[in-house]
Ligand binder design. Structure first.
Ligand SMILES: C[C@@H](C(=O)O)C(=O)SCCNC(=O)CCNC(=O)[C@H](O)C(C)(C)COP(=O)(O)OP(=O)(O)OC[C@H]1O[C@@H](n2cnc3c(N)ncnc32)[C@H](O)[C@@H]1OP(=O)(O)O
Ligand SMILES: [Co+2]
Length: 134
């Protein structure tokens, strides 16, 4: 069902500093910061030859990553995002296997303008999983 690794997300306490480290120290191609109010995050994307790194910082009240940053004040790896062809078929199969889809179970439009869903980290060996329909 899952295809390519679309991105690995890292929550950072300071987006500018995170972007600087990836751009200047690691020599990667780094995007500008984009606010995604629907997701409660600001994102910076780092483009690697074979995948992307998503740097995340809370945006607005009630961000889903606020607690994570409190517990990990230096930042930390937050989720992996796998591509799927059909997100509704993927969701239905996962739910029928007893996996918990987060939120109301309906896909939201993600950072790349495509539908995304999140799966509970406790069902995937302690790793929050995002699915993106490509
Ligand atoms: C824009 C989009 C895109 O790329 O297109 C994005 O990525 S937006 C990226 C931001 N959006 C999201 O993350 C949306 C989905 N996430 C959520 O709904 C939430 O973050 C949850 C995963 C439900 C966690 O929420 P919260 O931290 O408030 O709840 P909680 O403290 O009760 O956590 C429940 C348990 O899960 C653990 N837990 C929390 N976040 C975790 C993570 N990222 N990886 C692994 N485990 C995690 C906690 O330590 C806790 O374990 P213990 O019980 O053992 O202590
Ligand atoms: Co993501």
């Amino acid at each position: 069902m899952i295809g390519r690794l679309n991105h690995v997300a890292i929550v950072v306490p300071d987006l500018e500093e995170g972007a600087r480290v990836y751009r200047s120290t690691l020599g990667a191609k780094v995007s500008e910061a984009v606010d995604l109010p629907d997701h409660g995050v600001t994102t910076v994307f780092v483009e690697l030859p074979n995948t992307k790194i998503e740097l995340l910082h809370p945006h607005g009240e009630g961000s889903p990553i606020a607690k994570f940053l409190e517990s990990n004040p230096s930042g930390g790896m937050h989720h992996v995002c796998y591509e799927v062809d059909d997100i509704i078929a993927a969701r239905d199969k996962l739910e029928s296997d007893g996996m918990r889809v987060l939120g109301d179970g309906e896909p939201k439009i993600g950072a790349h303008g495509k539908p995304v869903l999140f799966l509970h980290p406790k069902d995937f060996m302690g790793t929050l999983v995002e699915l993106e329909q490509v």
